[in-house]
Design a protein around this ligand. Sequence first.
Ligand code: ZN
Length: 202
Amino acid sequence: MRPTRITVEPVARLIDELGRLPGVGPKSASRMAYFLLRAPREQALALAEAVIEVKDRIVLCSRCFNITELNPCAVCQDTTRDQSLICVVEEPLDVLALDRTGEYRGLYHVLHGAISPVDGIGTDKLRIRELVERVERERPTEVILATNPNIEGDATAMYIARQLAATGVTISRPASGLPVGGDLEYADEITLGRALAGRRAL
Ligand SMILES: [Zn+2]
């Protein structure tokens, strides 16, 4: 005799959706789903509303492609920042990490990832074409390639350097000293600040 299959569709769907989040395995997804099932209605709705608000209110800045509620974003609108410097990063979180160092007061350009053939991320999925156009248009004096110090980040930096070569802009990469293979966003402020201050031309 086959056991009866008990599936409660809405719960299965929630587990399914939570399981798609990065770092969440099937076990954690089930635990979260049953937590939400038992949680007060207001708490569960607050989570749902926060998700909707992020999708409805957050856009990408048309100049630097960072996430923002206002376009252009606050960084791009800040005229006290050095307009001749563009720091290229992989993710919006990297902008926060670099700004926290207090070592950098220029502008940013967010790629939204790094070249990674195994994950199917080619150059067309990143904001590289937009960066080249921006450099040609804005003519900064220096572009700092602050992609992560790992294989994907290095490959991305090398590719961008080649794309920008014809523009004649100075291209630099933060100094070594960052944890190799690590993510920029996890580096401490002092290490990150030093790496940025000691950057070298490519
Ligand atoms: Zn911006």
